[in-house]
Design a protein around this ligand. Structure first.
Ligand code: NI
Length: 178
């Protein structure tokens, strides 16, 4: 099932309101650019895989950071976008009540219990984020980010061939900074 442009519009408006003045870290432009880029990655992958739920993937892409980074609650997501989107966004949200080093593994385990569209969003998110690291990152931090990207690829790569390939390529490119 293809995504609907109306659902995209509703979700990006909602996310833009929720994220307010937040910027993409290290850049001087709106965080909404990140959300739109993640949605774009997912939509490109969806164009060749008709068995996926396009709206679930696109809505989770646009809303993936609302619970983690804004005042939006899971209940609000469910009310506006339905329970499957709420569950997807919750799986994509890192738990703050567990040790930092366990948060990605914990999130990936919860993502794997969701429909494949949710894992596609996680891959699209990391593809989008694997750009030139901010100048203040030391090599240890860059290497850790690279290792985390490899973990995401290992755990979720089977869910979508196109995103898996793009993530693999970005990992190779990013390795030059490590
Ligand atoms: Ni993100």
């Amino acid at each position: 099932m293809m995504w609907s442009p109306d659902a995209y519009n509703r979700a990006i408006d909602f996310a833009a309101e929720a994220h307010g003045n937040q910027m993409v870290p290290g850049k001087s432009y709106s965080y909404v650019v990140h959300l739109a880029n993640v949605a774009m990655e997912v939509m490109t992958a969806l164009a060749t895989s008709r068995s996926r739920d396009g709206n679930l993937a696109v809505l989770c892409a646009l809303l993936h950071d609302t619970i983690e980074d804004t005042r939006i609650t899971p209940e609000e997501i469910e009310k506006r976008f339905g329970a499957p989107v709420r569950r997807g966004v919750e799986a994509l949200t890192k738990r703050k009540d567990i040790p930092k080093e366990d948060r990605m593994t914990d999130s990936l385990n919860r993502i794997l219990r969701q429909p494949p569209e949710v894992g596609m969003v996680k891959m699209a998110d990391r593809i989008t984020n694997l750009q030139r690291p901010p100048d203040h990152w030391n090599s240890e931090r860059i290497r850790a980010y690279l290792e985390e990207a490899k973990l995401i690829h290992r755990q979720l790569g089977h869910l979508d061939a196109k995103l898996s390939k793009r993530l693999e390529h970005r990992i190779q490119t990013y390795a030059q900074y490590a």
